[in-house]
Design a protein around this ligand. Structure first.
Ligand code: NAD
Ligand code: WQD
Length: 340
């Protein structure tokens, strides 16, 4: 299959490109490197022995995107490109709405013009907002997220649902990721956030490697087993494989459908720190801070639908996630920046 991947140089994108190349697909990446480095795709080529074709452009640039579709003639698209920082979206809502919606409208127009109507879309568990207790099930309806970033995902799920309902030729998978962490087992590619990480796992990894001094634990008075927040962390390679399962499903299913991609298991902040201590063999200093605004006590997936319909289940546990994240972080303490 020829698969066009927007945002393919990013964290989840690069792991998915790797998985696609390994199974023999031809991959075309469209990325403007706004939040990534071309080095990630060089590393993917080193691991797989195959190259994705890379086009450096903004997905919102309709003319340039049109030319890529005309030249590359993909069979399907995976759409990762977008902005993803929750706090930044609260401070800059207009930027988030216009970027995340604008790039997706540009992409849908190009797909429609070139008769490519198979799409896998990066959604998020954030679409569940705070409307139902964990585990989250896909059939609860879209009631709204708690921040502008999450609202862009809610809105885009609605747009894509309307598009597929208006024209039965569309085949669209809405994949609601829980908390992707970890890295490819080679240690050659991984998560490389710019500046101080917003998310727990890369923060902990940077403390372990000595780049940051200590982890702030955002609250230890939640109604959870150890008082700290619980999340459904999923290994990024399991997540990449979930995209392949969705593409396969779309081969013989029209319409639009949402699937959770998580493990169905909850891990607390303290348990995640302990897993990184075990993986790195180093103590990871931490200090309890006040709760972070907008955080939920618990979030994890009901994974039944993905298992039954996509035949996909996450297979890697927390120890493996921490081990692989540590292999990447310790071999690349400054991410791709120091790459020669
Ligand atoms: P990332 O920032 O590492 O990757 C996004 C990629 O898109 C980057 O390579 C960036 O340069 C590119 N990009 C951004 N805007 C672009 C544009 N206008 N044109 C071309 N390229 C552009 O992020 P990620 O963690 O890999 O996330 C991928 C997708 O998954 C995003 O849509 C994100 O919202 C979603 N998601 C991520 C998480 C998470 O925790 N990482 C969780 C749920 C959903
Ligand atoms: C995990 C846990 C924090 C940092 C976010 C987005 C979500 C999705 C994934 C894109 C929580 C605690 C964190 C720290 C801490 N992204 N924590 N100290 O908030 O579950 O999800 O990323 O769609 O939309 O909201 O992930 O990694 O930020 O936090 O104690 O320095 O770690 O309170 O309990 P979150 P996270």
């Amino acid at each position: 299959m020829r698969v066009l991947v927007t945002g393919g140089a990013g964290y989840i994108g690069s792991h998915t490109v790797l998985t696609l190349l390994e199974r023999g697909d031809d991959v075309i990446v469209v990325d403007n490197f706004a939040n990534s480095s071309p080095e990630s795709l060089e590393r993917v080529a080193r691991i797989t022995g195959r190259h994705a074709t890379v086009h450096r452009l903004d997905v919102a640039d309709r003319e340039a995107l049109d030319a890529v579709f005309a030249a590359e003639r993909p069979d399907a698209v995976i759409h990762f490109a977008g902005l993803k920082a929750v706090g930044e979206s609260v401070a800059q809502p207009l930027r988030y709405y216009s970027e995340n919606l604008g790039t997706t409208f540009s992409l849908l127009a190009a797909m429609d013009r070139h008769d490519v109507r198979t799409l896998v879309f990066s959604s998020s568990a954030t679409v569940y907002g705070d409307h139902q207790p964990a585990p989250y099930r896909e059939d609860g309806g879209l009631l709204g997220s708690t921040n502008p970033y999450g609202e862009t995902k809610v809105m885009l799920e609605r747009v894509l649902t309307d598009v597929a309902q208006a024209d039965p030729r569309w085949r669209i998978a809405l994949l609601r990721y829980f908390n992707p962490i970890g890295a490819h087992e080679s240690g050659l590619i991984g998560e490389d956030p710019r500046g101080i990480p917003n998310n727990l796992a890369p923060y902990v990894a940077q403390v372990a490697v000595g780049r940051l001094a200590e982890v702030g634990v955002f609250g230890d008075d939640y109604a959870t087993a150890d008082g700290t927040g619980e999340r459904d962390y999923i290994h990024v390679v399991d997540l990449a494989e979930g995209h392949v399962a969705a593409l396969e499903h779309l081969r013989d299913h029209e319409g639009v459908r949402a699937w959770n991609l998580g493990t169905g298991r909850a891990t607390s902040v303290l348990e995640l720190i302990a897993a990184f201590e075990a993986a790195s063999g180093r103590p990871i200093p931490s200090r309890v801070l006040p709760r972070r605004d907008g955080d939920l006590a618990q979030a994890w997936a009901d994974t039944t639908r993905a298992a039954e319909e996509l035949g996909w289940r996450a297979s890697r546990g927390i120890a493996e996630m921490a081990r692989d994240a540590w292999r990447w972080q310790s071999a690349n303490p400054n991410g791709y920046d120091a790459a020669s």
